[in-house]
Design a binder for this molecule. Structure first.
Ligand code: COA
Length: 512
């Protein structure tokens, strides 16, 4: 686990390095702050910041981090979603990874009812990849107006360039602050204006902060410098008169777990095939290590039960032994209904190789029972949090509320893997299919190339199943150190309670 954490730390260091030393130095030499410095000054002093998708873009053609820094932090006592362009990464231009991350962060603001603060300084669309971002990218501006329509305030502070589409971020925000002599907000810069209409003009008259604050009216506040801009953003949030809708934590001073969270490092083994008892994890995550297990003697490959985390009541569904059988699926279905009846958020702790296969299990209706569970997860209305603690394979990923099932937040431990099936199984399936096809054509199967194919496929699947690779693709909201599990889930639960927490109506409870 420590080796995996070292890999995570290296990826995080790359993300924090932004566009690299040269660009960071140049940015500082212009008297400007880096995105993380801006965020730090915006947040309440010494309050934590839960970064979302910090290693987005890992193992892709794009820089790690996606040229934006995003997360949840507290401003004037209000939990907000904050997003900051990183101008040291190709001028803060938006590439396909940045776009995916921006959209995910917008979704977090909307589903959890969190005010959104944009710290803008971007060269707009990354021009070489415009084909992948221009058309879908329009949603970002639409979504900003939808946040506003949903009663979720939006604030933007413009630190530098906000050209073309970028101009619509301040354009669509409820409150807009611009930094004097720095912000440049225009639909087209001087060169494009000259090309389009022949007018010869300059940055300041086209889109300078002073012009927007005094003439166009696009800027609501003119800040004298970056720090002043951040002060004004805090002032805007202070005046929102914001209150959370969800119930407050039942216990504001929860008892910490009785067992040392440091020990979480040693619970999963190096071999994912060896299951571990999730009660060992819960004992190091839940308040007072208290867990009231539901149906402990039935469907024992899945653990279900209630507890509290940082004072918030939670239902837990956790894999205990890799495979899910019919009993487990039915138990999960019943438990999800109970949690909905009690308006209690659910935490899914994944460590599953999927639903049981084989003729005996098919005949006993594993598809039907798996479908019950997937249906219950899909139509449950209480907030879901998902953590991949090890394995998340096959339809087990779906039943245990994987990314496609829209959990409010999804994190993975650095040891975790996810794929349609394991590398050896997948290579073996391909081999069997290829052998049958060759034999059907009356040809002889080449064993040597089969072995080479298997090896290649296994390596490919192995490298595409790891948590950093998947986080790079934004299939989760981040890879976390297991020791931070309680803190991360606690911050998410608190953020979730910014909105109402309500189970599905008229769901009833079907005994399974
Ligand atoms: N797409 C792709 N690459 C971009 C880019 C964009 N929109 N904007 C900047 N870059 C690249 C630059 O080519 C440069 O690459 P290099 O260092 O490898 O040569 C790097 O990012 C830094 O840009 P630079 O111009 O040196 O930084 P700056 O801080 O002095 O200026 C901008 C930043 C954003 C003001 C300036 O680059 C710019 O005007 N970009 C174009 C803006 C635009 O018109 N976008 C169209 C939006 S639809």
């Amino acid at each position: 686990m420590l080796e995996r954490i070292a890999e995570l730390d290296a990826a995080l260091a790359t993300a924090r390095g932004g566009g690299g030393e040269k660009y960071v130095k140049r940015h500082h030499s212009r008297g400007k702050l880096l995105p993380r410095e801006r965020i730090e000054l915006l947040l309440d002093r010494d309050s934590p910041f839960l970064e979302i998708a910090p290693v987005a873009g890992f193992q892709t053609d794009f820089p790690v981090g996606g040229s934006v820094v995003a997360g949840i932090g507290v401003v004037e006592g209000v939990e907000c979603v904050i997003m900051a362009n990183d101008p040291t990464v190709r001028g803060g231009a938006v590439n396909p990874v940045s776009l995916k991350k921006t959209q995910r962060v917008g979704e977090i603001a909307l589903t959890n009812r969190l005010p959104m603060i944009n710290l803008v300084e971007s060269g707009g669309a990354d021009l070489p990849t415009q084909a992948d971002i221009f058309i879908p990218g329009g949603r970002v501006f639409r979504d900003l107006t939808r946040l506003s329509a949903a009663g979720i305030p939006t604030v933007s502070v413009v630190f530098g360039n906000a050209t073309a589409g970028g101009a619509y971020v301040p354009g669509m925000s409820d409150y807009t602050i611009m930094i004097k002599d720095q912000a440049k907000v225009f639909l087209a810069g001087p060169p494009l204006v000259k090309m389009a209409t022949g007018e010869v003009t300059d940055d300041e008259s086209l889109g300078g902060a002073s012009m927007h604050a005094s003439t166009s009216g696009l800027a609501d506040f003119l800040a004298v410098d970056e720090r002043d801009g951040l002060r004004l953003a805090r002032q805007c949030v202070r005046r929102l008169n914001w209150t959370k809708q969800g119930p407050a934590a039942r216990n504001p001073f929860p008892e910490p777990p009785k067992y040392d969270p440091e020990e979480l490092l040693g619970i999963p083994g190096a071999d994912l095939k060896v299951p571990f008892d999730p009660r060992e994890v819960l004992a190091r995550v839940l308040d007072g290590s208290d867990f009231d297990e539901f149906k402990p003697g039935y469907g024992t490959a899945l653990v279900t039960g209630f507890g509290e985390l940082h004072g918030y009541p939670v239902g837990v569904i956790a894999n205990a032994r890799g495979v899910l059988f019919s009993e487990e699926a039915q138990k999960a279905t019943q438990f999800i209904q109970l949690a909905n009846a009690a308006d209690t958020p659910l935490i899914f702790l994944q460590n599953t190789t999927g639903y049981m296969v084989g003729s005996e299990y098919e005949q006993r209706g594993i598809i039907k029972h798996g479908a019950l569970m997937i249906n219950a997860v899909s139509n449950s209305k209480v907030p879901h949090l998902t953590l991949n603690m090890g394995a998340s394979y096959g339809a087990g990923n779906y039943g245990m509320c994987g990314r496609a099932y829209d959990p409010r937040f999804l994190f993975a431990w650095p040891n975790a893997k996810s794929a349609v099936m394991g590398p050896a199984q997948l290579a073996g399936v391909l081999s069997i299919v290829a052998r049958q096809a060759t034999e059907a054509r009356g040809q002889e199967y080449d064993e040597e190339s089969d072995a080479a194919m298997r090896m290649m496929v296994e390596q490919q699947i192995e490298s595409q199943s790891g948590s950093l690779f998947l986080s790079g693709k934004l299939y989760d909201d981040g890879v976390i150190d297991p020791r931070d599990t309680r803190t991360v889930l606690g911050m998410c639960l608190s953020a979730i309670h910014s909105g109402t927490v309500k189970g599905a109506a008229n769901y009833g409870v079907f005994r399974m």
